[in-house]
Design a protein around this ligand. Structure first.
Ligand code: F6R
Length: 359
């Protein structure tokens, strides 16, 4: 039931702070230590490389997760689009462990990979929102997202739930393998900060509706740019804008823009820069200046500690590894308001189904 909300998508965006709190309750004890099934931890510890396999928004959550597993648990991690992996399996490490990210647990492309993985007798984990879903039943292990039903076709709370759970799992694996970075990472405190930060953002809906009206409502195209984790979020926010508002949007590695795509920048082309990583903040700002000099309408989404005068959206500061959980929210709301004010069916965009059960 969507209650007083005009669309499920807005309700689901608003539920994200509570989803963060719920994951803390389910997977962390009072001391803030992860509580994860022993057999799953043993299998993870035995792996020399993690392979995250997923489609669409879940793939984008995997891109963030890989950084978490590498930085907190020190384990090399690859992320693959399931429809590609299924018929072009890369050379695997000696002891691979597979993580399937799938909100629905029914995505045919991801299932095809899982069937191949099972034939090769490799261990696997499905992270899903749906208990007893196909990928949950067929993987060795399952962890549930506890995000509550996601009805809108455009995925929002499942994305942030996937990232939060990857952070918890990466912390668990890092602690189990004595990684100093994991010991220093207070995942419970950070998820509490994230929940409060998300709440502050969803309480600012008018700001995002205004930015949408100023920059996105009447544009044929738009770019999200960033580096590293900000690039990963750019891909997700561009997908949101495409699928529900039908604006041709691209997420781009900001350093790559000048190698060709900058030719598309015209007067008033919206370019939204995501800036949450200290080591690349200055570079992304230079890239924004380059497009502004060619007429682009630039918008910045920046964490508090990196903010400058004139920035458009300021995000509360959290651990740099978790900024995706906050920087995605403005992108979700910008997509929502652009779709809404175009008079589109936000929850049921054309040509799309909630769960894609064909390859
Ligand atoms: C985008 C979206 C899709 C799904 C993709 C995978 O908003 O919802 O890109 O993320 O179809 O679905 P799951 O996660 O159910 O495997």
């Amino acid at each position: 039931d969507k209650g007083t909300y005009p669309f499920y998508m807005l309700k689901e965006i608003d539920e994200q702070p509570n989803v963060m709190r719920k994951l803390s309750q389910v997977y962390l004890n009072d001391a803030g230590e992860p509580v994860i099934n022993d057999d799953l931890m043993t299998a993870l510890k035995a792996a020399d490389r993690l392979y995250i396999v997923a489609a669409g928004t879940s793939y984008h959550a995997g891109l963030v997760g890989a950084k978490l597993f590498e930085s907190l648990a020190g384990v090399p991690t690859e992320v693959h689009v399931s429809s590609e992996f299924a018929y072009n399996q890369p050379l695997l490490s000696a002891h691979p462990f597979f993580i399937f990210l799938t909100q629905s647990g029914e995505t045919a492309d991801s299932r095809e990979v899982l069937l191949n993985v099972n034939e090769q007798h490799f261990p696997s984990l499905t992270i899903t929102n749906v208990p007893n879903s196909t990928l949950s039943r067929e993987a060795t292990y399952t962890l549930l997202l506890h995000a509550g039903p996601e009805i809108a076709v455009a995925s929002t709370k499942a994305y942030t739930a996937q990232i939060a759970l990857e952070a918890i799992l990466a912390k668990a694996l890092g602690v189990a393998t004595n990684q100093p970075a994991a010991d220093d990472f207070d995942v419970k405190q950070q998820l509490a900060l994230v929940a409060n930060g998300m709440q502050a953002l969803v309480d600012e809906k008018d700001t995002f509706e205004k930015i949408s009206k100023d920059a996105l409502l009447n544009t044929p195209n738009a770019f999200y740019i960033g580096r590293g984790l900000d690039y990963a979020v750019s891909l997700e926010t561009a997908l949101k804008l495409k699928e529900i508002s039908y604006v041709q949007a691209e997420g781009f590695a900001s350093g790559e823009l000048k190698h060709g795509t900058i030719a598309l920048i015209e007067k008033d082309t919206p370019v939204i820069g995501i800036i949450t990583q200290k080591n690349t903040a200055g570079l992304t700002r230079s890239n924004l200046q380059e497009v502004a000099a060619r007429g682009a309408k630039t918008i910045t989404i920046v964490t508090d500690n990196l903010a400058k005068d004139g920035d458009t959206v300021i995000l509360p500061a959290v651990d740099e590894r978790l900024t995706a959980l906050l920087s995605v929210v403005p992108g979700q709301l910008l997509a929502y308001y652009t779709s809404l004010n175009k008079g589109l069916d936000v929850d049921k965009p054309r040509n799309l189904a909630k769960s894609v059960t064909v390859e």
